[in-house]
Design a protein around this ligand. Structure first.
Ligand code: C2E
Ligand code: CA
Ligand code: CA
Length: 651
């Protein structure tokens, strides 16, 4: 007990305290997830070194300050204890430097760099090692205290200065890539380590220095070694922060690297509708699969479904990227089995080259925006920067804003494009098409703003508005009397996966007393990719009520014809690209002909879309299409003009 109360022995108390701190740090360290394997093992090394410094320091202090126990340690043993303590103390600046390097992901691949890095530390180690057989650098006095021989005794500190300077250089150069919290932490770590030196000289006590180290390590374990900000706990992939950090450190070091990414089509829908457990299991499965394709710590995802893999230290090597991409493609051809359910996913790969294509984090953000757009086209080829049009970025942001307020601001109006029925010679149906007119930007095409509305979620309200306008038109105009049998209304995939879709629709129909047969919903072919059961349920429910469906844009996707045949769809709309190409080349004409044959063999009605000339109309009528839509007959018209049109042509 006397050891603890004796003011002279405060060194022992400090030693015990800092040993305890190190143990705490160690426990926290091993309980954290293993993500940044390199940084993690270096930090493990620091803890080990700090532990040894403290242990040796404690033994030495016991020898010096505790009369009864010093017999146990003895003069000779103390000598070795002190030498060991010194050796570990001088290894510390080296491992700290390695740690700072690993935080900034700086690798010393070249052997000569490794030698330069390790040499100062080796010098200090040999310096103390020499003490075991000569007294050239230092000796021990009769109290067992170390005495340096000057000037050569001072050279041992050179290594410390060199490492300090190098760390200082790295900190100044790279801290801007860190969050402020981390930047502060690493500077504090640095100063605590630095502060130890003058404290040691003034107090002649090494325990305070050791205590500083322990505090610094505890600080680190809570900032750098705590990966919650950097690692997604569910999937083990890196977070958006981790990716941004990786990109910026690599860019600053002027590394050449490629980001290979895969975008998974409608992943958020799959995750959302299959429930939490299935969703997280699926994410874990995909992450595990992808993780084995890249080095540990190189898998990130931005949003669920948008995976990115980073290939550092690789000069964008086409062969590697293509090989990896092939592997991924092969895997995605198979379904993922999660809790007995088989889920098929569709991916689109993309590759971004740094730094020649993207040279800053800001630029990466912009590219991401455009990329999303390109990815929605569901190309199955690898997408490159050169495929993207960066000017869209600014424009997109503006439109996003406009779309969000379009309903309130009354910028939306539903137009109607008459559809001709050759059998009766009348315009018996029409398609409702939305128009957005912004006071500044003027008319904005739905082809541009609808995808944005799908992403920012306003699509639901917008499509409800369209349906209500259509019902109102039917209820308040003489359209029915003029021979209009039904209206085709576009339904986005986002609508189709709403659980309460059919109730909402029914309520609207009831409100305006519109019969279900008067509405036909157009859905797009992507829906047969059949990942969602809610969607199928919705379509069945609405079909049972008497609402019919059309397959829109037929011929543009990657259809599984066998599946399409089983869909409860009454009409097939041949896409305008098919029609227009058919009149340009023989081959395309054959494509159209065969598509028409397929639809007919399925006993479905055909709508030909985008018919622009009389010649096209004649041919298509001859081929037996049931409905024809296109500028040749009429453009989409505002409500009043549309009624006028019906009056003129159906009356
Ligand atoms: P869509 O469903 O394929 O609509 C047909 C598009 O073809 C319309 O473009 C129409 O104006 C255009 N079109 C009609 N006849 C011709 C022709 O002879 N030649 C050419 N070149 N084009 C013709 P629009 O109105 O720009 O709409 C673009 C897309 O926006 C639509 O493609 C549809 O996917 C979406 N959309 C429009 N309104 C709505 C809506 O109310 N709800 C939803 N969810 N989507 C909508
Ligand atoms: Ca349509
Ligand atoms: Ca269409």
């Amino acid at each position: 007990m006397e050891i603890l109360t004796n003011p002279q022995s405060h060194d022992i108390v400090f030693s015990i305290a800092s040993l305890l701190l190190i143990c705490v740090t160690f426990i926290i360290h091993i309980s954290e997830e293993n993500y940044y394997s390199k940084q993690r093992s270096v930090f493990g090394g620091i803890i080990a070194v700090a532990f040894m410094i403290n242990l040796m320091g404690l033994l030495h202090n016991i020898y010096v300050f505790s009369e009864p126990v010093d017999k146990l340690i003895g003069y000779e043993v103390n000598r070795y204890v002190v030498i060991m303590e010194k050796i570990f103390t001088y290894i510390m600046p080296f491992v700290s430097t390695r740690y700072v390097m690993s935080i900034f992901q700086i690798d010393s691949q070249r052997p000569y760099k490794k030698v330069i890095l390790i040499a100062p530390m080796l010098y200090s180690v040999l310096f103390y090692f020499s003490g075991t057989f000569m007294d050239f650098f230092f000796y021990f006095d009769q109290d067992g205290m170390i005495k340096y021989v000057y000037p050569q005794g001072a050279t041992v500190n050179f290594s410390v200065y060199l490492y300090l300077i190098f760390c200082l250089y790295m900190l100044i150069r790279y801290t801007k890539t860190l969050s402020t919290e981390k930047a502060t932490a690493i500077w504090i770590y640095f100063f605590l380590m630095m502060a130890g030196i003058p404290v040691r000289i003034i107090t002649k006590s090494s325990s305070i220095f050791e205590f500083c180290i322990s505090i610094a390590l505890l600080l680190c374990v809570y900032t750098f070694q705590n990966p919650s900000e950097f690692v997604d706990r569910m999937s083990g992939a890196g977070t958006r922060n981790a990716l941004t950090f990786a990109i910026s450190t690599n860019l600053i070091q002027k590394k050449d690297f490629t980001l290979l990414g895969i975008h998974i089509d409608r992943m958020s829908v799959v995750l959302g509708e299959n429930g939490m457990e299935v969703g997280s299991d699926l994410l874990v499965q995909i992450s595990q699969y992808l993780q084995q394709l890249c080095q540990p710590g190189n898998l990130f995802f931005l949003e669920p479904g948008d995976y990115l893999m980073l290939f550092p230290n690789i000069t964008p090597d086409e062969a590697i990227i293509e090989k990896t991409e092939d592997q991924i493609k092969k895997r995605f051809r198979e379904p993922w089995i999660v809790r007995g359910e088989s889920i098929k996913l569709f991916e689109t790969p993309f590759a971004l080259g740094f730094p020649e294509e993207i040279d800053s984090v800001e630029r990466f953000g912009e590219v991401k925006g455009v990329l999303d757009k390109a990815l929605m086209k569901q190309s199955r080829d690898i997408i490159r920067i050169s495929d993207l049009n960066m000017k869209i970025v600014e424009h997109d942001k503006k439109i996003d804003n406009i779309v969000k307020h379009a309903l309130e601001d009354g910028l939306l109006e539903v137009f109607y494009q008459p559809i001709y029925e050759p059998k009766t010679g009348k315009f018996s149906s029409c398609e409702a098409l939305l128009r957005l007119k912004d006071p500044q930007l003027g008319f904005i095409s739905p082809a541009i703003f609808m995808p944005i509305a799908e992403r920012n979620g306003t699509i639901l309200a917008i499509d409800r508005y369209v349906l209500a306008s259509v019902c109102e038109m039917l209820a308040t105009t003489e359209a029915r009397m003029l021979g209009l049998e039904y209206v085709e209304v576009n339904l986005s995939v986002v609508d189709c996966i709403q659980a309460n879709l059919s109730e909402n629709i029914l309520n609207t129909l009831r409100k305006y007393q519109v019969k279900p047969e008067e509405i036909n919903f157009e859905i797009t072919e992507t829906y047969e990719q059949g990942i969602t059961s809610v969607m199928n349920e919705n379509i069945e429910k609405l079909s049972d009520l008497g609402i019919t469906f059309s397959m829109d844009d037929f011929g543009t996707g990657y259809s599984n014809l066998a599946r399409i045949a089983t869909l409860p769809v009454k009409l097939f709309k041949l896409d305008k690209s098919i029609i227009q190409a058919a009149f340009d080349s023989e081959l395309s004409y054959m494509v159209m002909l065969n598509l028409i044959r397929i639809i007919k063999s399925l006993k479905k009605e055909i709508v030909a879309e985008g018919v622009e000339t009389g010649e096209q109309a004649r041919q298509i009528i001859k081929l037996g299409c049931d409905h024809i839509q296109g500028f040749f007959y009429a453009r989409p018209l505002p409500k009043d003009k549309f009624i006028e049109f019906l009056r003129d042509h159906n009356g």
